[in-house]
Design a protein around this ligand. Structure first.
Ligand code: UTP
Length: 294
């Protein structure tokens, strides 16, 4: 069975939900505690055994490319002062995988962004991790991408993550219609992008982690724009599900939509509460604040 060695991280969207911050700063570079969102995503891919990571960056997003590049002056200074550990997370990521950047010249949609990764992915299966979504597994648990990779390598069938959302939220997501095969494991029967609650009875949303059979690249090559004039990944996934099958899995990891203001704030608070340097003082601050809010 084919091993999953490549991942595409789309990070070329316009980030309009986070304006004005994202006018000049890519949303994937906004900070969660002390690292940009994209570093958490790259770390998830590396932990899942991915060797080649393709960052899909857009115009004005060179900060993402620069972040994973060498910074000779800074690194030399930190080295001389014995402070190299301050950059350890970045150098570790940079050393653990080939991080390659490809430009999406126009933000034509997620399907188009994924297709931009074709020159690196070639004929291999690949993972997709949205560049503005963070998942954080409990200690010792396999992360979401690792679980999808394992499922693909065991079954040979594309596998995506799904999560239950409230009826009022289905219109914010790609939604999968599914049949349960075993606890937490499903066969996808259809997909619909950002439906009205009346257009589907399913509450299973796609939170942005996928592992695909390479056949999706051929489908994306021929894909046409649909909803909002964009090339939607879900349209090609729908055909993939009919032609080659598509599985879905639930997950127990915490997941944050860090490209959304509320999700971003929640990620900062919850990850800071897990950070040994900050947890005690932040917890006391939140408890005091909560009292004053009553
Ligand atoms: P989103 O729909 O959340 O990103 O896409 P967006 O379009 O930047 O967001 P808003 O709604 O305007 O605030 C999910 C991921 O896919 C990437 C985004 O950068 C984000 O990480 N994306 C989206 C692309 O790379 N290219 C696109 O054309 C669209």
């Amino acid at each position: 069975m084919s091993k999953v060695r490549k991942a595409i991280i789309p990070a070329a969207g316009l980030g309009t939900r986070f304006l004005p911050a994202t006018k000049t700063v890519p949303k994937e570079m906004l900070t969660i505690v002390d690292a940009p969102i994209i570093l958490y995503v790259v770390e998830e891919a590396i932990k899942a055994g991915i060797e080649d990571i393709v960052l899909i960056a857009g115009r004005g997003k060179h900060a993402i490319e620069d972040f994973f590049d060498m910074s000779y002056e800074l690194e030399d200074k930190l080295e001389r002062e014995g402070k190299s550990q301050l950059l350890a997370r970045v150098t570790k990521a940079r050393d653990a995988a080939n991080i390659i950047s490809i430009r999406q010249k126009h933000a034509l949609g997620l399907g188009h962004a994924v297709h931009c990764g074709l020159p690196i992915v070639g004929k291999e299966p690949f993972a997709v991790l949205l560049g503005d979504e963070i998942t954080m597994e409990a200690n010792g648990e396999a992360n979401v991408t690792s679980q999808l990779v394992k499922s693909f390598e065991e079954t040979g069938t594309s596998t995506i993550s799904i999560m239950k959302v409230a009826e009022k939220d289905v219109s914010k997501y790609g939604i999968a219609e599914v049949e349960e095969k075993s606890s937490g494991f499903f066969k996808v029967t259809s997909l619909v992008e950002k439906p009205k609650p009346t257009e589907t009875t399913s509450r299973w949303a796609l939170p942005g982690r996928y592992v695909f059979d390479n056949a999706i690249m051929d489908l994306l090559t021929n894909a046409k724009p649909s909803l909002n004039g964009e090339i939607q990944l879900t349209d090609s996934m729908k055909v993939l599900c009919q032609q080659k099958g598509l599985n879905a899995m639930t997950f127990s990891a915490d997941r944050y939509d860090a490209g959304d203001k509320l999700g971003y704030l929640q990620a900062n608070i919850e990850l800071a509460l897990k950070n040994p340097e900050l947890s005690v003082e932040l917890k006391n601050y939140i408890l005091d604040l909560a009292k004053s809010l009553k």
